[in-house]
Design a protein around this ligand. Sequence first.
Ligand code: KMH
Ligand code: ZN
Length: 270
Amino acid sequence: MEKLIIACAITGAETTKEQNPALPTTPDEQAQAAYDCWKAGASLIHLHVRDDGGKPSQSVDRFRDAIEKIRKKCPVIVQISTGGAVGEKIENRAAPLSLKPEMASLNTGSINFGDEVFLNLPKDVEFLARRMKELAIRPEIEVYDYGMLEYSLKIMGKGIIPNPSHFQFVLGTGHGISGEARNLCRMADALPEGCTWTAAGIGRYQLPVAAQSIVMGGHVRVGLEDNVYWSKGVLAKSNAQLVERVAQLAQTLQRPVANVDEAKKILCLS
Ligand code: KMH
Ligand code: ZN
């Protein structure tokens, strides 16, 4: 089995400080959170940014500031979000790609999200994928449902996304596939040879999905974007606390954790 990549989604677009005061929302807070996660065993940070009022933003300047501050503190892989917040215009979602981060998320289908629709029209998926190809940015293919996975494989066959690709299975949003063990098995089994995957369990699914990914040979994403709790009714103290738990679990299960250089190799980053 490959070493385990631990990714942390430190901020997200929908989580608020009211839900968990430990949520990092300024570039300084995000840089500190990234550093703490790296020290705890994370090699990749999935990054959203916020404006001065704490609202989700796709501002290039804000992404630049956050990335520079993270880079000053630690060598983690920074993966920017092109998902943004529900309802964000596609041009704004693409804008921070101009910063040429090592990786960016690429959502390959539309899905209900809370009470709204997270819209990812085929033409917009293609537009983002093309832009990432032009700028040599490795996409992480975000899938929330089995059908979205099948569609991703279809567009991989057409050369729209790289073959092999790295996938993110997001389980338990409430509108897509749930975090039941059999669902993760099915999704992982559907991937062609050479593809790699990380799984993120939302809310109460975060810990069981992490444990399952460790034993299945996948990689793990945790973080306050996906889950603000440590256990039922108890808030997580920080992103790093959630990362540390995964690192400990991996150690118990005897799966070594990848450092940043090892993670880059696994993810085909130069
Ligand atoms: N905020 C969600 C609607 C991504 O980062 O690419 C989308 C999201 C996915 O967080
Ligand atoms: Zn995200």
